[in-house]
Design a protein around this ligand. Structure first.
Ligand SMILES: Nc1ncnc2c1ncn2[C@@H]1O[C@H](COP(=O)(O)OP(=O)(O)OP(=O)(O)O)[C@@H](O)[C@H]1O
Length: 574
């Protein structure tokens, strides 16, 4: 599993932790032997010197075990915490590089569970492995072997029972793995409802759907509870069964040992040593069943994390990319482009060709679902096309490095998203190290500067989660400013001027000229389209017409209808 490879850098820490764990184990295994010596060579023969000698040795090795435990704990926690930090960072980076197909496949709620719960699960397991997980089975096996060495007849009882218990525990663990896997899936479901409710809390309140959502949440929580209970039931019944069998074995050892002592076949100290081994094995089994369940849970988590780490990344970069000049012209050409979304058969863009000259404003018009957003997403390669080609300054965008390509593009998506932070930070987010001058210039062009000046702390005003203290139109303009601060050569506005009134929109389009960028503006408004150098009229993914307002209004009936519906008069009268 890929996730385990993250342990490699901590080999030295792991070896040190295991070394001190082994010392603790050896002390635990030899202590009963020393105890037998105290009894047989000291107490039974009334030799105080031997009691002090062997007792002193027992104390000495206990101190060694004590310090070994502390060192082991230190390295185990260092390794597990560093390991989980690395896994979390890699997962985060991987998710950032996800293709849209992957994001759909995993769902954000599931990715959240993987980043948090699953990582914590394996972090705990790594710690437990280094601290006690290996010690417990070694203690079980080592204790049995030493009991056989001390006395083969009495130790035999342990040697027979323990393999059965190990097989039993192994089977329970396999079953537990499946159950815990489904527990994590149910947790994803609960998280998904939580996420939806937090994001849509206003809608839920406005439409009085609180009870409906509560029922949905309660249903998913109930499923999670049921699944967790059956998983825990398995682990909780496993332990008492093992305890019962071990206690019966202990009784058998005492009974059989008593008979052997009576016949003079074994010394009392040896019986005490074997009883001591049996007790230690019993105590080792208790965390062992707990650990085995933890291990099966961690296995499920490790698999879920590995699935994310092994997923394909963003649209693949080419091996030897062409590089764009530092300053590009901004000519964009679509040459017979066709596209469908991964996992869907529906052709969203069909055989579409046009050229946007540097600095031109291209309005994209069309009914809802006609493919406008899909078309513009192809320019920064948020998706790759099926056939045809897209060129920027005559270079096929598939030959460019993604970062190189995207650094030239300003993108304002349909759904505005603001980050928690100040107005200034939200605008500067578009460009690393943007100066205050550049921020203000972008805000002025986006027609939001005056609004910002009216805020309590102007550019230092803190915006809440998703910018709750701004109106929809203000948020839209702020995110336009964020795109403009990049000083892009290609600007994509996906229905981002819908909330601007006619005058503001006209001023904004005018101000864009200072930025000298090729602008794609998706709009439903003819008034916006009229300002553009070129209009693309889409219908069901096909380019029905392209040209200026004057050309389309003369020749394209659909454009005439849209014009009429918005202006309420026939074409030609304008
Ligand atoms: N992620 C996706 N996976 C599969 N199909 C999609 C996806 N996004 C959009 N579609 C489909 O692609 C088609 C075009 O959608 P698109 O969002 O490009 O239209 P649009 O013209 O921008 O619509 P609107 O004006 O409503 O935003 C629609 O049929 C839609 O169902």
């Amino acid at each position: 599993m890929k996730v385990l490879s993250f342990l490699k850098p901590y080999r030295t820490s792991i070896i040190i932790a295991l070394f001190f764990m082994l010392i603790e184990l050896i002390v635990e295994l030899v202590q009963p032997l020393f105890m037998a010596k105290v009894i047989d060579d000291g107490i039974m023969v009334k030799n105080l010197l031997n009691v002090v000698k062997w007792g002193g040795l027992m104390l000495g090795i206990s101190l060694i075990a004590f310090f070994s435990g502390i060192i082991n704990s230190f390295y185990a926690s260092h390794t597990s915490q560093s390991f989980s930090y690395d896994v979390r960072i890699h997962l985060f980076k991987k998710i950032q590089s996800f293709s849209f197909e992957d994001i759909n496949q995993f769902e954000s709620a599931s990715l959240m569970t993987r980043l948090t719960n699953d990582v914590t699960q394996i972090q705990n397991t790594v710690f437990m492995s280094l601290r006690i997980m290996l010690r417990a089975p070694l203690l079980v096996v080592g204790g049995t072997i030493l009991a056989l060495i001390v006395n083969a007849k009495l130790g035999f009882l342990l040697a027979v029972v323990i393999p059965f218990l190990i097989v039993f525990l192994w089977r329970a663990m396999k079953k537990g793995g499946q159950l815990f896997n489904s527990v994590q899936k149910k947790l994803d479901d609960v998280n998904s409802i939580m996420r939806e409710n937090l994001a849509g809390i206003r809608l839920i309140k406005a439409l009085i759907r609180k009870n409906h959502e509560l029922k949905r949440f309660a249903k998913r929580s109930e499923d999670l509870k049921k699944r967790t209970v059956s998983a825990l039931r398995l682990s909780e019944t496993t332990r008492p069964i093992i305890m019962l069998v071990m206690n019966l074995t202990l009784l058998g050892i005492l009974w059989f040992g008593h008979m052997l002592v009576a016949r003079g076949g074994i010394k009392v100290g040896d019986v005490v040593a074997i009883v001591n081994y049996a007790t230690r094995i019993t105590t080792a089994f208790s965390p062992l069943s707990f650990i085995m369940m933890g291990l099966s849970r961690a296995k499920a988590s490790a698999q879920r994390i590995s699935n994310v780490l092994e997923a394909t990344s963003d649209s693949a970069d080419v091996k030897r990319p062409s590089s764009l000049p530092h300053v590009i012209e901004g000519e964009v050409t679509f040459d017979q482009v066709s596209f469908h979304y991964p996992g869907s058969n529906h052709q969203v863009i069909s055989n579409l060709s046009f050229t946007a000259l540097p600095g031109q404003t291209v309005a994209i018009l069309g009914a809802t679902g006609s493919g406008k957003s899909s078309l513009v997403q192809l320019i920064p390669r948020l998706y790759d096309i099926d056939s045809g080609a897209i060129f920027i300054d005559n270079i096929d965008i598939r030959e460019l490095e993604l970062n190189d390509l995207r650094s030239q593009i300003g993108f304002v998506p349909q759904n505005v998203f603001l980050f928690t932070g100040t107005v200034k930070e939200n605008i500067a987010w578009g460009r690393e190290g943007a100066s205050m001058e550049q921020i203000i210039k972008a805000a002025k062009a986006a027609r939001i500067h005056e609004t910002i000046c009216g805020l309590p702390k102007q550019y230092d005003t803190v915006l809440g989660q998703k910018g709750i203290n701004l109106s929809g139109g203000q948020k839209q303009r702020l995110s336009i400013a964020r795109a403009l601060v990049r000083q892009p050569k290609i600007l994509i506005l996906d229905d981002s001027t819908s909330a601007l009134d006619l005058k503001t929109e006209r001023n904004f389009l005018q101000a864009l000229k200072d930025y000298d960028c090729t602008t794609f503006i998706i709009t439903q408004k003819i008034s916006t389209a009229m300002e553009a150098d070129q209009i693309l009229l889409l219908q069901e993914g096909e380019l029905l017409a392209k040209g200026t307002h004057d050309t389309l209004i003369k020749n394209v009936p659909l454009y005439q209808q849209i014009f009429q519906s918005q202006f309420g008069r026939k074409s030609g009268t304008c």
